[in-house]
Design a protein around this ligand. Structure first.
Ligand SMILES: Cc1cc2nc3c(=O)[nH]c(=O)nc-3n(C[C@H](O)[C@H](O)[C@H](O)COP(=O)(O)OP(=O)(O)OC[C@H]3O[C@@H](n4cnc5c(N)ncnc54)[C@H](O)[C@@H]3O)c2cc1C
Length: 516
């Protein structure tokens, strides 16, 4: 075996997998076909549950230092990422209304994000090989072998496992014969940030005043020919269009100002003066999911496993796939993983992707409803989301924390993600910072339950034991997996006779026989 795990693709998902595996001491090699890191402006930042997970890893500051600022208009008083006004199906949902919004965002353009993730993976011992394209693979009972075209010619590499993080057109998925079903929409979105030309005035509410045209309101305007949106802030203006168009653009061919200008003219019927381009992207949408995320020793993660037909959620989903899978692969390489552990990855993350497909598909209908019917649907939707409860529910869906129903007959937190709200602590509470800093699952003891801590200690090296005191504890103890899913909980004041055997069962189910 040349390495323990081969990761195909050095996008956000592959680099996150490599960093997590490296931390667990797993020999990991990343194979990336591009000779240099991509400078393509794709995702504008991180949003959703991944920010919470990075807080639990104690790594949020590292990502924040690389970020270019924050979204939304209100900075959180505690200095953390503010709840944004986030796009949703041609509307903006205003999460700034919620004191403890489930949806938070950090402006961290994808090339910078990939830079931090690559640095993190390399620091932890992963080997990131650029200019190495995977062109074939085969597997047997003992290993998976990839055929690679590298800068010095073709070679083969054998590993125990392979993770295909090679994007929406995944070669690994095709070579593994995994169907990728769903819908592609004949629609092109164009998104740009440009400097404000002298002739255009930015209004206080973020709208624009354009000579010879008049006022363009902040946010989305739907016409019979598509959707236009603008937002002005400081010296920059954001411009967005969506049009029905069946052209297949190559992701590597950048959009131009002329192309954006022509699109604005088609959608709005005006000539909009545009300044110097700061960020320009063009993309289409598909709603697709792999039938399974596993074929023997081969796994799929990120865009290779799912594509969503709305923005802002894909990087979150891919990085959470990585956090779910890596510790399970580590357990399998290290020989302690119980039977079936690896299969839980596909089950859990496919179910999570279904929830993301649910709201992103709904966004397609909202966005593409042109004419008075579409306008009425959007107006009604905005009315409904001005209430706290539906806004909170949508926020959890978008953040990737609403992954379906909690497990029946168990503590209500079991099967859900640990969030600051679930733990009854304030946002980025220092008591929960670094809770999962080793990238391993943890038993969080909230009530000084020495017997529970001692029991979990028998799984040392696989599970960390962490104690904390919080004001209104939701449980006496929580078993939190490495992606922050709660696997088990002891109800407040649960007697030891009940809690100890239940915890032993949970530890054995997830981590096999005790190590001591
Ligand atoms: C214009 C645009 C704007 C976007 N905006 C957002 C946004 O605001 N928010 C958001 O969350 N998402 C956004 N996305 C989506 C986001 O960019 C993707 O979801 C994300 O890049 C997926 O990460 P990944 O690591 O799974 O795959 P990718 O980033 O696609 O990485 C796959 C990597 O695999 C490599 N590769 C492919 N085949 C091989 C092979 N055979 N051998 C070796 N290497 C291979 C590729 O070169 C690539 O580097 C946007 C996408 C686009 C195109």
């Amino acid at each position: 075996m040349d390495v323990d795990v081969v990761v195909v693709g050095a996008g956000p998902t592959g680099l996150m997998v490599a960093g997590e595996l490296g931390q667990a001491g797993i020999r990991t090699q990343v194979l990336e076909r591009r000779p240099e890191p991509s400078e393509m402006a794709k995702a504008g930042g991180l949003a959703g549950q991944i920010l919470q997970l990075l807080h639990y890893r104690g790594e949020l500051d590292r990502f924040r230092e690389a970020s270019i600022g924050t979204t939304g208009r209100r900075r959180d008083p505690r200095g953390s990422e503010p709840a944004p006004r986030f796009p949703f199906g041609g509307l903006h949902l205003d999460f700034t209304k919620l004191e403890d919004s489930p949806m938070r965002a950090m402006l961290l353009p994808q090339p910078r994000l990939e830079g931090v993730l690559a640095e993190r993976a390399i620091e932890r011992g992963a080997d990131v090989c650029r200019g190495h394209e995977v062109v074939g693979l085969h597997q047997d009972d003992d290993a998976v072998t990839v055929e690679v075209r590298g800068p010095d010619g073709p070679y083969e590499l054998a590993a125990q496992f392979l993770v295909g993080c090679d994007g929406g057109r995944s070669r690994v998925r095709d070579l593994s014969g995994i169907p990728f079903r769903g819908t592609s929409f004949p629609e092109i979105e164009r998104l740009a940030s440009v400097t404000v030309p002298d002739s255009v005035a930015v209004l206080d509410d973020g709208g624009l005043d354009v000579p010879g045209v008049g006022k363009l309101p902040f946010g989305y305007t739907a016409t019979e020919r598509g959707v236009f949106a603008c937002s002005g802030m400081g010296g920059t203006m954001g411009v967005y269009t969506a049009e029905v168009e069946a052209t297949e653009y190559d992701d590597d061919v950048p959009m131009t100002v002329a192309e954006l200008s022509a699109s604005v003219s088609r959608v709005l019927g005006i000539d909009l003066p545009l300044g110097e381009p700061l960020r320009m992207t063009r993309f289409g949408y598909s709603a697709k999911q792999a039938d399974r995320y596993r074929d023997g020793r081969v796994f799929l993660a990120g865009d290779a496993a799912h594509l969503f037909p709305a923005g802002g959620v894909a990087v979150n989903a891919g990085m959470l796939d990585a956090a779910n899978l890596a510790w399970k692969l580590a357990g399998s390489v290290q020989g302690w993983a119980p039977p079936g552990l690896l299969d839980t990855y596909s089950e859990e993350r496919r179910a999570a992707a279904e929830r993301t497909l649910l709201h992103t598909r709904a966004q397609v209908a909202l966005r593409r409803g042109y004419g008075p019917g579409g306008d009425a649907l959007r107006a009604l939707f905005l009315e409904l989301t001005s209430d706290e409860q539906p806004l909170r529910r949508l926020g959890a869906l978008m953040a990737g924390t609403d992954v379906g129903s909690p497990v029946s007959d168990a503590h209500p937190l079991v099967g859900t993600f640990a969030t600051d709200r679930a733990l009854h602590v304030h946002l980025e509470d220092p008591r929960s910072a670094g809770l999962l800093r080793n990238g391993r699952p943890a038993l969080l003891d909230l009530a000084d339950r020495a017997a529970l801590r001692e029991l979990a200690g028998q799984w040392g090296g696989r599970v960390d034991v962490v104690s904390a005191t919080i004001d209104e504890r939701p449980a006496d103890a929580l078993l939190i997996l490495a992606d922050a899913r709660i696997a088990w909980a002891a109800t407040v004041d649960a007697p030891g006779e009940a809690a100890l055997p239940a915890l032993r069962d949970a530890l054995t189910t997830w981590f096999g026989a005790p190590s001591t």
